[in-house]
Design a protein around this ligand. Structure first.
Ligand SMILES: [Zn+2]
Length: 444
């Protein structure tokens, strides 16, 4: 008898089972890897402001859409700024549709401050994917598509149509992107009942949801005064006048910050004020002239006003205390300033809104939890949809992760990304199956 290897029957069975098991887990891993590598591919496309390669992004998303048999159209409301609109056709065309919005552009970065190159989408040993846009918001755009892929694989068919918009320019105000889209005939013809747009990562276990936003007031105050010798003490110099205003604004800032520090008040519920530039002095070849007090000085502030704040009172404060004409002061408010007269742009986030209930339940069914709905501390495209009377929630399914939007070393964990896809599976399923005609134009 030779000494060859030979298997008894139970051993063969065990090996067959073992082989089968290995194959299954290999398939599962491959699936996760493929999902993550599609995400990396999108992250590596350079859509950094101010020169985003929108066409490359649109081509890539379009290739994904093709693999999912989604209807697709590229809309160029402004030349060079394509907007991609995809549609997963629902079986009941009389029902108003769901819109999943995301922006394709990202903010710039300081490469030297990053551990890994922000356009390489490097995955580190912990499974964290480092890239500009990993949180804001290429993740969300791809997660929508991956969720649809999963739903299709499970043979789910939507009752109402699901649209996906990939819009340009959000990071520079959205005027040539979502704002124009909302005003276009194309958008009006879609009959959208509810929009989902970006939110913020949560450092805790629960997900954050946003139902409104603070209004940005970009304020520039200018002071004028007589020029004077650097050695002379006198009243009403431009520098003195500006400093008095800065002191007043800083006191107001401190009062708001104190509310936040005391706890119990959310970031989106206080007025934030931050000085973003100071411009003064008389330039000389070596820097600034030192023995001359300049006749003009100005400072810029980024102010964010919550919807529940009396904006007229704030404007009075601006006119009377921060830039009083009596002190040779003038001011300009940036183009973003929105007066809060009329309806505040809020989407009901309580039981009166079935979309809220569906969202809350769907997240729960996916094993997650939503925290108390909040006012978004900055701005997103959601405000344009709300302004058009379409309810919109800001939501990014990222928990247990520090918020690194616009920061160095923006990252998202692989596991968190994959978990987020399942959250969208649950939400899209719930929204696309909802039979009520609520939100339809027929209803109005
Ligand atoms: Zn964003």
């Amino acid at each position: 008898m030779g000494s060859g290897i030979f298997f008894t029957f139970p051993m063969v069975l065990l090996l067959v089972l073992l082989h089968h098991h290995l194959c299954l887990s290999a398939v599962a891993d491959d699936d996760g890897d493929a999902i993550v590598s599609r995400f990396q591919e999108y992250l590596r496309i350079n859509t950094v402001q101010p020169k985003p390669d929108y066409y490359k992004a649109v081509d890539f998303i379009n290739s994904q859409a093709k693999s999912l048999s989604l209807e697709s159209q590229t809309i160029e409301l402004v030349k060079g700024k394509p907007l991609l609109l995809l549609k997963w056709v629902g079986s009941d065309p009389t029902l108003p549709a769901l819109l999943l919005n995301s922006h394709t552009d990202v903010v710039p970065f300081e490469e030297s401050k990053w551990t890994h190159h922000p356009l390489h989408a490097h995955v580190d040993h912990r499974g964290d994917i480092y890239a500009r846009g990993s949180q804001d918001m290429k993740c969300v755009g791809m997660q929508y598509l991956e969720a649809i892929r999963k739903l299709q694989a499970s043979a789910f068919r939507p009752l109402r149509s699901v649209y996906l918009s990939f819009v340009p320019d959000e990071e520079i105000g959205g005027h040539d992107g979502a704002e124009m889209f909302v005003q276009s005939q194309v958008f009006k013809s879609l009959d959208i009942a509810i929009v989902l747009d970006e939110g913020l990562p949560s450092p805790a276990e629960s997900y954050r949801v946003f139902y409104g936003e603070r209004s940005p007031w970009w304020l520039v105050i200018k002071a004028k005064g007589p020029p004077g010798h650097g050695a002379k003490l006198y009243d009403n110099s431009a520098m003195e006048n500006l400093l008095k205003s800065i002191e007043s604004i800083r006191r107001f800032r401190a009062s708001q910050f104190d509310l936040l520090k005391a706890g119990g008040t959310a970031e989106g519920d206080v007025v934030s004020v931050n000085m973003v530039f100071l411009k003064a002095g008389t330039p000389s070849p070596t820097g600034f002239v030192m023995n001359l007090q300049p006749s003009e000085a100005e400072a810029g502030f980024d102010i964010r006003v919550p919807p529940n704040v009396d904006s007229e009172a704030l404007e009075r404060r601006l006119v009377e205390e921060w830039a009083p004409a009596a002190r040779n002061m003038s001011f300009e408010l940036g183009q973003f300033k929105q007066k809060l007269s009329g309806e505040p742009l809020l989407t009901a986030a309580d039981d009166s809104n079935p979309w809220w209930r569906l969202l809350e339940t769907a997240v729960k069914e996916a094993g997650g939890r939503t925290s108390k709905p909040e006012i978004f501390p900055a701005s997103t495209d959601a405000r344009y949809f709300r302004k058009a009377g379409v309810p919109a929630f800001g939501f990014s399914p990222i928990s247990n992760t520090p918020s690194l939007l616009h920061d160095h070393n923006e990252y998202l964990g692989k596991a968190e990304y994959l978990k987020g896809i399942n959250v969208y599976v649950s939400i899209i399923k719930a929204y696309a199956s909802f039979e009520s005609k609520i939100g339809s134009r027929d209803e109005l």
